[in-house]
Design a protein. Structure first.
Lengths: 568, 203, 333
């Protein structure tokens, strides 16, 4: 099942003279200021680190397949889970979503030629490889071993080299994020094409705006925490060291002030992508556009005032626990609004079971489970029992893997044709989805019970009563590891030799689909033209769509005729 | 009729294509303001940590901390704050195409900024507590040091603008983003200092 | 919608509700309940599971229904029904979750008050305050699931027994201030209110007993607290629940709930033994252990029933597991 043929002008590959040359491979290794090149740089780099983080996860699960610490051993195990989480968060999900999809799609979706600050964009990307190299180096020198949360005093006595490598890596990554956020906010607020008011822009842009605001406000506080931690580690100060008058809990506050909103940075763009993907493949407008847009802003605001729910057992006073419990529970409401709106988008639609849609629906089903375990965690008395247990590990993976990663895959399958000009193979996409879905649930579902029954987090050795469930979980992890193979092979092969996609294989209505695949250097031939709203499925007759497609084609020919020979 | 609609759209399309090459507005000031929000949050985080220590310690500053001297820092503060007024005179100057005026005000600001930094270093060298003496001392050095780094960055920015202003026509009434940006940044650094001064010296 | 469809939908609703209610009571996700805090936790947890199951079934059910019913049929090239908003529906699905959240928040507050209220378990010690209602209900009675319950005995903030807890890499030390006893196991008398004053000696740790559903961090430089009444005889694990180093996973101690008479007897035995033994600080001639190291040793020495002489012949290689294979310990005595 590949290209739809019934609307030839809308979907067909452009004539040979109009087809832009794809970027040469070496462009992706340069300091390009083209947001499309940068976006792909982020995506590929991020995916590489996903594989590294995944290998670490496989090592962790190999250790946990049996109760004894007989695979990695105690010290290496702590390094493994520390690096696994750090890499997944700072080198995979955040860069892939914000830097990857954000950069690639936002200018196209708002009809701009590029981001507001293209050179700043390139700088932001090129901070990521050194950030990653520092962590990779720590694998060979000394791995940080105090968890990705790196609480002092433990992080002050777990190996200076590893810890400082970790701190520097995150400082670089955080700077990259902040520069990106400045770019996105300016671009979205200032560079929309004439005629595209805020309430006409695609929901992905709303999501990126909300995520960027969070990034701008919260990431610097983490930088502050890490700077103070560095001083404690290297200069003998005692900000977080009680023996010098300091307070370890101050670190926890500063750390979580960022790290809780960070999870919204890691999920809001995904929410945005799902809001784009569902209408296209269900052939229906998004349900409750305004509610989804405003709920993103609500999540942005609420997300900044709930961080203490990670500290309910840190000797936190009663009043603080109660306040943050209430604020945390409140976030369920805007999130629920989105989920219900997505379901209503599917209702009454005509669902095409392309891989992008499979992952999008998989996202909804898995994220809801993560959200439900999240509600349990929001309640102080319930959290007190499950904090720092495998219940939390289950929750976080359901929202970050079942949520973010499934969403990233949905986005990859959906926009790969636009980015590369070629189609991914749908059969292998389905195999990929099936393996991922099965492996994922097998790995993480048992963890809910493990935590409730008494298994703490971050342990290389555990009570044998938990052996059976851990074994199942580890088998699931191996299946998950294998599941990346069909995707990798599919992506590499299709990029080089897949069938041509044409402008608009999915017959979608957002602006990026009105230009070629891949788009020319300046994104659009001539100026972008808003012919329809972003979600006007079912609102225009086939004749109107054919007519509009013909217009686009004529205008493109005109623009090419008028352009200088060296364009594109 | 499809024919006339097509030609309408084509006409619209081609006129838009010509309009595409017009200057697009400069959003760099907005971008800088967004960046300063982030910088502000960085300092805010550090301030909150300091307040946490200040408000929960039984004794503050901790036992043995020498009395905080206010004269020199007070003078330094006055210099920094007035330098904000000084730099503020530059923009009206360049808006009247007065490059010499711009350079005068910026040079004066740079001088005052350098004096501030020198004053800080002088103060550091004469303080009776070091980085690791106690929690107050550590906070003092880290906070003022961080701020000092930002002052130094601002100073470099001002010097860069001065250097660029040597090139004739680089700054004019129509283009002077560097001037505006340096001023905004300098006011930011000033604002941070006001909070810092109150927190570290007065409270 | 036809009447038949309505009945069908109501039927599904009833089924979902029954399934959720059943699963909420039969999930088998929790260990036994052994303190006053546990039944309060359990009834809140059960209700939350019921709700979560219901929501799960509804959401996934709708998703699956759409996946099947609204799949694109072969040859259909058209678009779906362009229905993109319904104010009433949106109000309902905003209000209903808000109400559920409100319920959960209030129920949680209730349980929180019942377990912790007035006992001041935050990070600083204040004078104990007498507080709380004297309403007595049966813990675990579903009809009174969220009524704060105070078991017979002292009120919150006025414990019968106070124990100092110290956590260090990688052991627990329990000091009974009244008798001066220091032990590596926590013995507690049944049905007496206990207050734990806890601190860490080096890095953060956390005291967790799953059967009590209670947890609190141990933080160096400050004292944290837990207060509870053990209600069931037995031996339960005390698990460290905050990453404290490579051997975090084996930092486990035993909590023994016994009758007050057995508890007294145990204390006496321990005190006699402590007086009779050589000071464990001198156990290994050529080593100069730091205080925490020797406490660590002392604790394990007692548990393993070794004399100081036995220990001198032991060498502990860097990667070895200091405890038994299971991480839990044979019961003392």
């Amino acid at each position: 099942m590949t290209q739809l043929q019934d609307n030839p002008t809308f979907a067909a590959a452009p004539k040979a003279s109009l087809e832009p040359a794809a970027e040469p491979w070496w462009r992706f290794f340069t300091f390009s200021t083209d947001h499309k090149v940068i976006g792909i740089q982020y995506l590929v780099t991020g995916f590489f680190f996903y594989l590294v983080g995944g290998a670490l996860a496989t090592a962790v699960r190999a250790e946990l397949a049996t109760p004894e610490a007989d695979f990695l051993g105690f010290e290496r195990y702590n390094g493994a889970f520390t690096l696994h989480a750090t890499i997944m968060i700072f080198l995979w999900i955040v860069p892939a979503l914000m830097g990857g999809f954000g950069n690639y799609l936002v200018p196209l979706m708002i009809g701009a030629r590029d981001m507001a600050f293209p050179r700043l964009n390139a700088v932001a990307f090129w901070l990521i490889p050194p950030s990653g190299l520092l962590l990779l180096a720590s694998l060979f020198l000394e791995a940080p071993s105090a968890g990705w949360t790196s609480y002092p005093p433990l992080s002050l006595i777990s190996g200076k080299v590893g810890e400082e490598l970790w701190i520097l890596s995150i400082l670089l990554g955080g700077t990259s994020s902040i520069l990106g956020a400045v770019n996105f906010i300016t671009t979205i607020l200032k560079l929309r094409m004439p005629g595209m008011k805020m309430d006409k822009m695609p929901l992905f842009c709303w999501a990126m705006l909300a995520a960027s605001i969070i990034t701008l406000i919260a990431t610097p506080v983490l930088a502050g925490a890490l700077i103070l931690l560095s001083f404690d580690l290297l200069a003998g100060t005692a900000f977080f060291n009680p023996s010098g008058g300091g307070d370890p809990v101050v670190y926890q506050h500063m750390f979580w002030f960022y790290s809780h909103p960070a999870v919204y940075i890691m999920v809001l763009p995904v929410f945005g992508m799902i809001s784009e993907i569902l209408p296209v493949h269900a052939r229906k407008p998004i349900f409750a556009y305004k509610a989804i847009a405003y709920s993103s802003l609500a999540i942005c605001f609420l997300g900044l005032i709930v961080w203490v729910h990670h500290m309910f057992t840190s000797g936190t006073p009663d009043w603080m626990r109660v306040f943050f419990m209430i604020a945390t529970m409140a976030i369920a409401v805007p999130t629920g609004i989105k989920v219900f709106s997505w379901l209503a988008t599917l209702w009454g639609g005509k669902i095409h079971y392309r891989t992008a849609m499979l992952f999008a629906m998989g996202f909804i089903s898995m994220f809801v489970i993560g959200g439900l375990s999240g509600i349990i965690l929001a309640s102080v008395p319930l959290d007190i029992h499950v904090h720092d247990t495998y219940f939390v590990v289950a929750h976080l993976h359901y929202v970050l893997f079942g949520g973010s990663v499934f969403g990233i895959y949905a986005g990859l399958y959906h926009w790969f044709p636009k980015m590369t000009g070629r189609l991914l193979n749908e059969f292998w996409g389905r195999v990929h989805f099936a393996l991922t879905f099965v492996g994922f649930n097998m790995c993480f579902l048992p963890m809910h019970k493990l935590g409730l029954m008494g298994m703490p987090r971050r342990v290389a050795q555990y009570d044998p009563q938990f052996a059976d469930l851990n074994w199942i979980s580890s088998v699931g992890a191996f299946i998950l590891a294998i599941s990346t193979l069909p995707f990798l092979v599919n992506a590499i092969y299709s990029w080089v030799a897949g069938p041509k996609a044409g402008d608009n294989p999915w017959q979608a209505l957002t602006l990026e689909w009105t230009t070629s695949s891949p788009p020319p250097a300046h994104n659009f031939y001539g100026d972008p033209i808003l012919l329809t709203g972003p979600y006007d499925y079912g609102l225009h007759s086939k004749e109107t769509l054919d007519y509009l497609a013909a217009q686009l084609q004529s205008l493109r020919e005109l623009a090419l005729a008028e352009a200088e020979p060296t364009s594109s | 009729m499809q024919g006339s609609l097509a030609s309408d759209a084509l006409r619209v399309g081609s006129s838009q294509a010509h309009a595409a090459h017009a200057e697009h507005p400069d959003h760099r000031v907005f971008g800088l303001l967004m960046f300063l929000v982030a910088e502000g949050c960085l300092f805010l985080g550090l301030f909150m940590a300091y307040l946490a220590y200040r408000l929960t310690a039984p004794v503050w500053p901790p036992e043995g901390t020498p009395e905080r001297e206010l004269l020199l820092p007070g003078i330094n503060t006055a210099i920094l704050l007035s330098s904000s007024w000084v730099i503020h005179q530059a923009k009206p100057a360049i808006q009247a195409n007065n490059v010499k005026g711009l350079r005068l005000w910026f040079a004066l600001t740079a001088l005052m900024g350098a004096i501030f930094l020198a004053g800080q270093l002088y103060e550091y060298s004469h303080l009776e507590f070091g980085l690791t003496t106690n929690l107050f001392a550590s906070s003092f050095y880290v906070l003022t040091g961080f701020h000092g780094l930002h002052v130094a960055a601002g100073l470099l920015f001002i010097l860069a603008v001065l250097w660029r202003s040597l090139k004739p026509g680089h700054y004019s009434a129509q283009r002077h983003f560097g001037v505006e940006a340096a001023e905004i940044y300098w006011h930011f650094v000033d604002g941070v200092w006001i909070v810092l001064f109150i927190l570290l010296y007065l409270l | 919608m036809s009447a038949l469809k309505n009945i069908f939908l109501v039927g599904i609703g009833v089924l979902l509700t029954l399934a959720s209610l059943w699963y909420g009571q039969n999930h088998h996700l929790l260990p036994e309940a052994a303190a006053n805090s546990a039944p309060l936790f359990d009834s809140l947890f059960n209700s939350t599971i019921t709700l979560a199951t219901g929501i799960f079934l509804v959401v996934e059910g709708v998703l699956l229904y759409c996946a099947f019913r609204y799949r694109k049929r072969r040859g259909d090239r058209g678009d779906g029904d362009p229905n993109h908003g319904n104010v009433l529906l949106e109000i309902v699905w905003t209000a209903v979750p808000a109400v559920i959240i409100l319920w959960l928040g209030l129920a949680s507050l209730d349980v929180y008050q019942a377990v912790y209220g007035g006992a001041d378990v935050g990070g600083h010690v204040h004078a104990a305050m007498a507080m709380g209602s004297s309403q007595e209900t049966e813990a675990g009675d579903p009809g009174y699931a969220y009524t704060p319950a105070v078991l017979p005995g002292k009120e919150r903030g006025q414990p019968d027994l106070v124990v100092q807890v110290q956590g260090m890499q990688y052991a627990w030390m329990f000091t009974y201030p009244e008798s001066g006893l220091v032990a590596g196991e926590l013995h507690l008398p049944l049905n007496k209110r206990v207050r734990l004053n806890m601190t860490a000696m080096d890095v953060n740790h956390a005291f967790w007993v799953p059967q009590f559903r209670l947890k609190q961090d141990l933080i160096p430089g400050r004292e944290t607290h837990l207060e509870f009444v053990p209600t069931q005889l037995g031996t339960y694990p005390i698990i460290c629940a905050e990453l404290c180093g490579p051997y975090h996973g084996v930092m486990v101690a035993q909590l023994v709930v016994e009758t007050p008479e057995e508890f007294e007897r145990w204390q006496q035995e321990q005190l006699v033994a402590a007086r009779g033994e050589n000071n464990a600080l001198a156990w290994a001639g050529d080593l100069h252990p730091s205080p925490s190291e020797s406490a660590f040793v002392q604790v394990h020495q007692r548990r393993l029933g070794l004399s100081p002489a036995d220990l001198t012949s032991l060498k502990l290689p860097k990667d070895s597991v200091p405890l038994t294979r299971t991480g839990s310990l044979p019961s003392a005595g």
